[in-house]
Design a protein around this ligand. Sequence first.
Ligand code: WTA
Length: 630
Amino acid sequence: MNRITSFEEYKTEYKRSVESPELFWEEQAEQFVWKKKWDKVLNWDFTEPKIEWFVNGKLNITENCLDRHLPERANQIAYYWEPNNPQEKAVELTYKQLHEQVCKFANVLKNNGAKKGDRICIYMPMVPELAIALLACARIGAVHSVVFGGFSASALSGRIQDCDSKIVVTTDGAYRGAKDIPIKDVVDEALEICPAVEKVIVVQRTDTFIKMQEGRDVLWKDEMEKVNADCPAESMDAEDLLFILYTSGSTGKPKGVVHTCGGYMVYTHYTFENVFQYKDKEVYWCTADIGWITGHSYIVYAPLLAGATSVLFEGVPTYPDAGRFWQVIDKYKVNIFYTAPTAIRALEAAGEHFIKPYKLNSLRILGSVGEPINEEAWNWYNENIGKGKCPIVDTWWQTETGGMMISPLAGLTKTKPSFATLPLPGVQPMLVDDKGNEIIGNGVEGNLCIKFPWPAILRTTYGDHERCYQNYFATYPNLYFTGDGCKRDEDGYYRITGRVDDVINVSGHRIGTAEVESAINMHIDIVESAVVGYPHDIKGQGIYAYVICTNHSKDHNSLRKEILAEVTKMIGAIAKPDKIQVVSGLPKTRSGKIMRRILRKVAEGETCNLGDTSTLLDPSVVDEIKAGAL
Ligand code: WTA
């Protein structure tokens, strides 16, 4: 691995990556095992979009994650699995054991009818079998579609149907903090409307009673007994699908973001090595859930590609108390710790006495991801967790980018609180105004776009290529539009200011306002609703819903409860509005468009400077909304 080792070198490598991107990425790709070398490094056209990296190259990512390491690392720990309950026994998986489990489960998938190209839905908590299941899919060329275990049956069935998954891998139940969640029941409910699913493979985690449907449901344990550990890795084209991951956008239902095998492998590995400056034998811990992109890229694929040792954590930061992260760091002597600002703020609020019992002296690097990290949280993290000695990498990226895009290189790039700092090699950011004109120079602010492809850029949205074009490539011709606002300061450092579209980032989770609105509108008494984000001390953003209720005698408290239940049912508890205001009308333009700008201001607590309201059909609704603001 030709890793960058100084800031000077970063500058030369960055320049090289922009001047000769093909050559630059080819060099990175050459470190891997390919079954056949590529004919051409890159084909691209953002107007379609069509993006191909390592054209006609053949590989299997699991050979690079596992087999390749066996001569040197067979007995090295790949994952330390730390259970939700600290009293329960932890599990260690070496590279050899992980390889064996992956090959065996790949054979289980085959025995249950899975073939190359099939989509397999994975819906489970953070148990070792989750990582094994992803890799087993990749081993046989099946496409995994992981659905975060906190989504509801309705959200799960929508995702299963959208990509036509034939197999679902799940658990009986899940432990999350003090909760015991009936995962298999959720799957059963979802499958009532997914007749195409032929098999459900169930890991027993909580040993709670579950209904097993004859012919459809099988136990992981029983199936693993029927197979051996011999499973050759399927030869995949660099552009064959590796996985689909659903994420929320401004409009409509969540989209299935598609990543492919070759470019994703090269890019996630490159960014992991350079951003974290991972050293052999270090212990790395990313606290994300594998159900999100951070877990896919930086718990499963990149650390394994790098031959790293990781912690895989089943629990939550506050169970049994708010010292859990710190206890786990000391237990495994974690060197690199990667978490989300929302967790940092929650643990800050819990108080320093939860940190006191722990040394935290193994820590070398701290990371942040998922949402803007405010200066106060950054400083707290730096002083209390890093003890002023650990560089913080604030990594900006997205489900669609596959890997980190703007971030310091740990210890090399000078950091600045709340700035993601500089683009990684291969990343060419551009700020544009609303008309799409480039904003040049420093000390400016605009909409963040990327003007050249990097190897892990999304290739399409599953089953709907036009939607991919409309969402990301149509707003500004020939540019990938991120949906984020961004400042570039006098030093050329980037600071992400948050979404400029109708996506809310709640505790680092992306939630589409349109999705929440359609869930609220399912309530029989609600005719219309509008949802916006507002600043929230812990979550980053909270959800504020304005609803029009036709039943005037309805008690607001029960209405609120019913709306929350509706949202939990349609999406999941993560999308529950924090505030619900009943209104008699919404501020609309004469053409019927809701002026969200006004609703956002009121939700933020602003009642004076609401901007121009003269184009509203009925400006009086604004006074009523202001008067009733929560
Ligand atoms: C936001 C998560 C500021 C941003 C990897 C982006 C951030 C969205 C940062 C993607 C950061 C992520 N600073 N904002 N360091 N990282 N975001 O797809 O708005 O779940 O567009 O990917 O999170 O969220 P996603």
